[in-house]
Design a protein around this ligand. Structure first.
Ligand code: GDD
Ligand code: MG
Length: 342
């Protein structure tokens, strides 16, 4: 069985981390986000098609150097084709029923159970559903008691939301779904394809599940997923190799070759590889990119440092994204794709 993983897009809400890195390669507990997903795919998935555009070479290199135990095809889009266009672009690699997965989700969904539910209902398409309070940032399903979805609205205003069950970003699909997607243009799965399949077939289903679900779309949820997984695994912190820690880590995660000076304290913070944090520094809710240096006696709260940034001693910063280098060519200055209220 094939699984298409949607791993394109710039990840603008995660900048400046995504100025230098594909969103799907951002580490969660020192392991690329996309591997968390690949590791929970059913064993029946023997081929993974990564639908990518931005930072394609980085993703390709990662999978050339790291074997994930399954065939991986990195399928490029010269221009972003949207969630639907990316699926259509992978059609040539798909032989029968297939899975589609957003790459920025961490959850407890059992895909085997979802596939069984899909077969039982003779569905054309089944999507995973998760209940949330703030539906406006997601796609929302109008779902009947038996799981049949009769309407779907992407990023509705709260008053227009048909339910509080949102598209949790994992789909099981029959190949006829490809017939609903035009070739070679930007197509939104959620705005164009889902509503059409619902109208034409009436065999569009939603699979609800228990446990946890998180969308790693923004910095706050990126930090939160670390905290959540550490609690789930009952660990207080996470450290890569060759670190020297003289301070204290609380619900924090550091990569390889990180130096933490004396009396420095990290609370709910993430530090990438090759970082030096001098003495008497306090970080709360921060992300520190690769090769950064933070001068002693600094105090940072809700701060994200892009790769290679250096902060002077006694820096006192709150609520800031720090990036002093040129913004990469072609990186959009606003979110593209499934924007709220578009
Ligand atoms: N290949 C490719 N090409 N992938 C893309 C493109 C593209 O042009 N645009 C987005 N993606 C990928 C993203 O990398 C992500 O894994 C997935 O498609 C969804 O895109 P997001 O930009 O993260 O969308 P979202 O979070 O605003 O909304 C989506 O996810 C929600 C759940 O987290 C929608 O599917 C919503 O309906 C859903 O509720
Ligand atoms: Mg997302």
């Amino acid at each position: 069985m094939e699984a298409i993983i949607l791993a394109g897009g710039f990840g603008t809400r995660l900048r400046p981390l995504t100025y230098t890195r594909a969103k799907s390669l951002l580490p969660i507990l020192n392991k690329p986000m996309i591997l968390h997903l690949i590791d929970v795919l059913p064993s029946s998935v023997d081929r993974i098609i990564l639908a990518v555009n931005y930072k394609k070479n980085q993703i390709e290199e990662y999978f050339e150097e790291n074997d994930c135990g399954r065939e991986v095809i990195v399928n490029d889009e010269p221009e972003p084709l949207g969630t639907g266009g990316a699926v259509k672009n992978a059609e040539k690699y798909v032989s029968s029923r297939f899975l589609v997965l957003n790459s920025d989700i961490v959850c407890s969904l059992d895909l085997n159970e979802m596939i069984r539910f899909h077969k039982k209902n003779n569905a054309v398409s089944t999507i995973s559903l998760w209940p949330v309070e703030n539906v406006s940032e997601f796609g929302v399903a109008d779902v009947r008691e038996n799981g049949c979805i009769v309407g779907f609205v992407e990023k509705p205003k709260p008053e227009d939301a048909p339910s509080n069950f949102i598209n949790a970003g994992a789909y099981c699909m029959e190949p006829e779904v490809f017939d609903y997607i035009e070739t070679g243009r930007l197509v939104s799965m959620e705005k164009e394809v889902f509503p059409q399949i619902i109208r034409d077939t009436g065999r569009f289903f939603g699979f609800k599940f228990d446990g946890y679900w998180m969308d790693i779309g923004r910095i706050s949820s990126y930090i939160e997923v670390h905290r959540f997984l550490m609690r789930l695994k009952k660990i207080d912190n996470c450290q890569g190799e060759k670190c020297e820690v003289h301070g204290v880590l609380k619900e924090s995660c550091i990569g390889d070759n990180v130096f933490i000076g004396e009396n420095s304290r990290l609370y709910s913070s993430i530090v990438y590889d090759n970082v030096v944090i001098e003495d008497d520094v306090v970080l709360s809710n921060c992300v520190v990119g690769e090769n950064c240096r933070i001068g002693g006696f600094s105090n940072l709260k809700n701060v994200v440092l892009g790769d290679n940034e250096v902060l002077d001693k006694r820096s006192n910063v709150e609520n800031r994204l720090i990036w002093t280098q040129p913004i990469p060519m072609g990186y959009p200055d606003k979110q593209v794709g499934n924007v709220i209220g578009e």
